[in-house]
Each structure stands twice: as structure tokens, then as C-alpha cells.
Design a protein around this ligand. Structure first.
Ligand code: PNS
Length: 163
């Protein structure tokens, strides 16, 4: 049983994340999409909302969604995972990802980090940029699933009403 953990904030899940989840689900027996608790002080979506969105848009039998706090390597070992999956976009991601992978290896040599390249069309996507574009009135169609776009709109409407 080859189990992999795909960690991140997923605030919200993007088509780039989904691309990596689908690729890893073809390679590993089980993939755990692991949402880090409390990564951002002001997330757009609560943890429950993020879990719900991921479960709604990723319908693969060997993928499950979970949350974790503390060190990723502790979580991965507790889950009996052998692999940490990270998507890598451009060269600019490499340095940070290398640091994390080497630190994680130092902390837990039994775990291997596997980097995957997204489909070219999604290589520039990040949740941060998508939120910024959306908040400033730009279209995010095709960058996140339709359901996520709807939830983002609902958030914005609720915010406008409160003001
Ligand atoms: O979505 P992100 O921001 O790219 O995800 C970053 C994440 C969650 C993978 C990273 O911040 C992480 O693993 N945090 C858990 C704490 C930890 O283990 N820190 C040491 C990493 S070397």
C-alpha cells in the first residue's frame, strides 16, 4: 500500500491542485489531501468550507481529505504515508520547495518528497493570486472549479452586505 500526502492550505482548491491530485491518484494507492490548520490568519474559507469544496470537486475513490497541525512529517508518519507530494510550478517555486523537502528529509528520512509538474495551462496558478484577481473584479473562470467560483462569489456578496 503506497500512501501519499498532498499537503497545503487549499484556500481555495484550484484547478492546479486538482491536476496534481489526479496525477498522484494514478500513481499512489491512496492520496490524502491534508489541509494545514491555521496557516493563514485571515483565510477566505474556513477549514470546513475547504474540506467540503475539495470533497465536492474531487471524486476519486483513492483520495481522502483530512486536516493536520504541527509538523507535516509527524502527520505523514502517523498516517503510514511514505511520500509527500508537492506540485512545482516555475523555477521560482524550486528554492522554497527544496528547502522544505530537505528539512523534511532531515526530520524524517523515511519520507520521500515527490515533485510533480502541473499541466502547462495551470502552471501560473496560485490560490493567493486567484483570490486577489477575484476580489478586484477579475474573472477566475477556468482557474477554479465552477463550485469554488460560486462559493467565492457568495463570500463576496456576504461581505458586501455586511458593509
Ligand atoms: O499551500 P502551501 O502554503 O504551499 O503549503 C505549505 C505546507 C502546508 C506544505 C507547509 O507550510 C507545511 O508543511 N507546514 C506544516 C509545518 C511544517 O511541517 N513545517 C516544516 C516544513 S519544512
Amino acid at each position: 500500500m503506497r500512501r501519499a500526502v498532498y499537503p497545503g492550505a487549499f484556500d481555495p482548491i484550484t484547478n492546479g491542485h486538482i491536476d496534481i491530485i489526479e496525477r498522484s491518484a494514478r500513481i499512489f494507492d491512496e492520496v490524502i489531501v491534508a489541509i494545514l490548520l491555521n496557516i493563514e490568519k485571515q483565510p477566505m474559507f474556513s477549514i470546513e468550507e475547504r474540506i467540503d469544496m475539495i470533497r465536492s470537486v474531487v471524486k476519486l475513490d483513492n483520495v481522502r481529505v483530512d486536516t493536520f497541525e504541527g509538523l507535516l512529517v509527524h502527520y505523514a508518519v502517523a498516517q503510514n504515508a511514505e511520500v509527500i507530494v508537492r506540485g512545482i510550478r516555475a523555477v521560482s517555486d524550486y528554492e522554497y520547495e527544496l528547502q522544505m523537502a530537505l528539512m523534511n528529509r532531515r526530520l524524517e528520512p523515511r519520507l520521500e518528497t515527490v515533485f510533480m509538474m502541473r499541466a502547462e495551462g495551470y502552471s501560473y496558478l496560485s490560490s493567493r493570486l486567484i483570490k486577489e484577481v477575484f476580489m478586484l473584479g477579475g474573472s477566475v473562470e477556468g482557474l477554479v472549479p465552477g463550485l469554488v467560483e460560486q462559493r467565492m462569489r457568495a463570500k463576496q456578496d456576504a461581505r458586501t452586505q455586511r458593509q
